[in-house]
Ligand binder design. Structure first.
Ligand SMILES: NC(=O)C1=CN([C@@H]2O[C@H](COP(=O)(O)OP(=O)(O)OC[C@H]3O[C@@H](n4cnc5c(N)ncnc54)[C@H](OP(=O)(O)O)[C@@H]3O)[C@@H](O)[C@H]2O)C=CC1
Ligand SMILES: CC(C)=CCC[C@@H](C)[C@H]1CC=C2C3=C(CC[C@@]21C)[C@@]1(C)CC[C@H](O)C(C)(C)[C@@H]1CC3
Length: 597
């Protein structure tokens, strides 16, 4: 290759298809006719790249050091969190389940060592990539010519990476990173404008119907009352005041300067937001406040009696908050908008949420709503239902069924607050806008439908034998163990793969420098944490017996949500990890349920 810029065997930085990520690659050959270089990534994937998609290591490093000196988001004295690989990890990877051919290639391929600043840039790019699933760059970009990253040859081992699915015409030009203003939502979810319009009415009405059914003696679907409750019977000013006070109380607790301040994931503009992690303390203080209220002889069964009014009050707040969020999003800068809620259609964006992280000074409205009033409200309502059951059924002690439901769900909520920080890496925070859907989900759906087992038990007593009690405790324990272990393993592994707690796990290396766990729980099914959650959901519904379907609502919701979420997540992972993800799917063929593909 006498006239080319890069020579065979050179180690250079090559752009990863469909993204703005650069990885170390080795030049294998050059085709004079097509003027394309064949390069090999560290996961063994071979691609043909245009010269403009390749840059030399020195130029890349200079670029990085420039961006490092420009970087303002990191304070000088702060220790950097590096995910660079340790020798232990390298040796662990070589023992992972890669094919022999792949192993050979990997031996040759170089490790990507990312400096913390590059890591940060990579994270930003990953978020961009994540966003690009639902967005497309401006037509001006499209006109700029075809994106010429092509796969060299089919590896024949199921490596169906993203490029294979796209024809050249479908792929978008990526010669420069898409600017924030370029991102518009074009791929609409939930049936687009019409779909979300109906959902916006259907969801609140469906929850109201569920509550009406749950509260009446005959909770079977056929016996839904033909006469709906009068509108004024659904409204109570005092109840509305209580709901407002509750929100205010939780907001004050969330602002208390206790607990650590942590940085969220990098935003599109490279900056990070800070979050106060004090949910666990807030839960304890709420418990103290409820204890004091009970000592003052406040009757919590008031919540049971006025349950529908509480729901309508929450619904009104959801509507007002969603309108506020939409209006304020009109003043948000382009890079503060969520990629999924910027279609330009008012109704759609109102539902999906335009702004990604709406904040009033340091108060993050989305993070607050996701965890605080709804989850705490859930525990409080459950406890109120326990009081109501004793009153309603003249019991000296709550029934075993009610106790189990209360304890199981309390455990889940406490666990959520104990691991509050982990929410910051979830797609709900990183990707989804905050609009009607999440506001409704957090402030109305969670506290009023997740409590439906306890609400049901107040007027539908169900005896449990000792055998059933032990079975349900075991089931919840097994579900919790799988859920917690899977989530903690993944979190620990992503934080530090050489952590002794996870370093024994077998992994599949990927071109992004991150590996996929392929043994233990993550080698059993591809979403063990979802499986654990579903087993727990079953243990929460079974105490209500088999007379009606209504107490199984949570389980049905959870399975539907997690199956949809699984599909969404797998699309993202295939995009991010390419052939390595396909290899993982081959090694671990079951999605959520063992034995079910
Ligand atoms: N009760 C409820 O209403 C709900 C509960 N949940 C629960 O929340 C929890 C979190 O769920 P969610 O955020 O959806 O998904 P996950 O926590 O499962 O996160 C998925 C991500 O994990 C990483 N990953 C996937 N496979 C592997 C692997 N083999 N090795 C290492 N990393 C892997 C990938 O991200 P990357 O590689 O980029 O790190 C992937 O995008 C779950 O336990 C779920 O059950 C969720 C929704 C609703
Ligand atoms: C019908 C409708 C509009 C549904 C919205 C769904 C949301 C209510 C849920 C989607 C994912 C959620 C999660 C939690 C709460 C419910 C929502 C927001 C969660 C924060 C609860 C605490 C847990 O420990 C969790 C962090 C695992 C969990 C994450 C997902």
């Amino acid at each position: 290759m006498p006239t080319t810029r890069f020579q065979i065997g050179d180690t250079v930085m090559g752009r990863w298809p469909g993204s703005n990520l650069y990885y170390e690659v080795k030049v294998l050959s050059y085709d004079n006719k097509t003027r394309l270089y064949t390069v090999i990534y560290k996961d063994g994937t071979e691609l043909e790249l245009k010269e403009s998609d390749i840059t030399s290591l020195t130029i890349f490093k200079q670029g990085v050091s420039r961006s490092r000196s420009r970087s303002r988001s990191r304070s000088p004295g702060r220790p950097r969190r590096s995910r660079s690989r340790s020798p232990a990890r390298t040796s662990r990877q070589s023992s992972s389940r890669t094919t022999d051919v792949r192993k050979e290639k990997l031996k040759e391929a170089l490790e990507v060592r990312l400096t913390p600043v590059v890591k940060r840039l990579v994270l930003c790019s990953l978020i961009e990539m994540f966003q690009q699933e639902k967005t497309e760059t401006e037509s001006e970009n499209q006109a700029g010519g075809r994106y010429n990253l092509r796969r060299r040859k089919d590896q024949g081992d199921g490596k169906t990476i993203e490029l294979e699915q796209k024809t050249e015409a479908e792929t978008l030009p990526q010669t420069k990173p898409p600017t924030a203003s370029a991102i518009k939502t074009t791929d609409l979810e939930f049936g687009g404008r019409v779909g979300v319009f109906f959902l916006m009415f259907l969801l609140p009405v469906a929850v109201l119907a569920l509550l009406i059914l749950c509260g009446q003696k005959d909770a079977s679907l056929q016996s839904f009352p033909l006469e709906l409750p009068a509108l004024q019977s659904l409204w109570d000013c005092q109840v509305f005041g209580i709901v407002l006070l509750w929100l205010l109380f939780q907001a004050v607790l969330s602002l208390l300067p206790v607990g650590k301040l942590v940085e969220g994931m990098p935003l599109k503009n490279g900056k990070t937001l800070k979050y106060r992690i004090n949910g666990f303390y807030a839960l304890l203080l709420t418990a103290v406040a409820v204890g004091v209220a009970m000592y003052q002889e406040v009757d919590l069964s008031y919540i049971h009696v006025h349950f529908l009014q509480f729901y309508t009050s929450a619904l009104l707040i959801v509507t007002l908050l969603s309108i506020y969020l939409f209006i304020r999003s009109c003043w948000a800068s382009e890079d503060e908008l969520a990629p999924g809620g910027n279609s330009g259609y008012i109704i759609y964006d109102f539902f999906m949420g335009r702004e990604l992280n709406p904040r009033i000074k340091n108060f993050d409205i989305k993070f607050f709503c996701e965890m605080r009033p709804g989850l705490m409200g859930w525990v409080l309502i459950n406890f109120a239902m326990l009081q109501a059951e004793m009153k309603h059924q003249n019991l000296e002690n709550p029934s075993p069924a009610m106790l189990l439901v209360n304890i199981f769900q309390l455990l889940w909520v406490v666990d959520g607050f104990w691991h509050e920080e982990k929410l910051l890496t979830m797609m709900d925070i990183v990707y989804d806008g905050f609009g009607f859907m999440l506001t409704f989900g957090d402030l109305a759906f969670v506290p009023f439908t997740f409590t439906c087992q306890a609400y049901y038990l107040v007027s539908h007593p169900n005896e449990l034998s000792a055998f059933w009690i032990i079975t349900l405790i075991t089931m919840n324990g097994v579900g919790y163990y799988i859920f917690r272990k899977a989530n903690s393993q993944k979190f620990a592994f992503r934080k530090n793969p050489s952590d002794p707690a996870v370093s024994h796990l077998k992994t599949i290396p990927t071109a992004t420098g991150e590996s996929l766990i392929v043994s233990g729980l993550w080698g059993w099914v591809r979403h063990p944490n979802y499986l654990g959650d579903i087993i727990m959901g079953l243990a929460w519904s079974l105490p209500c017996g088999f007379n009606h379907l209504i107490p199984y609502f949570y389980l049905i919701y959870l399975i539907t949500l997690l199956v949809h979420r699984n599909a969404r997540d797998e699309r993202q992972c295939r995009k991010k990890y390419g052939s390595a993800w396909d290899e993982y799917c081959k090694a671990v063929p079951y999605r959520i349920f063992p034995g079910i593909y």
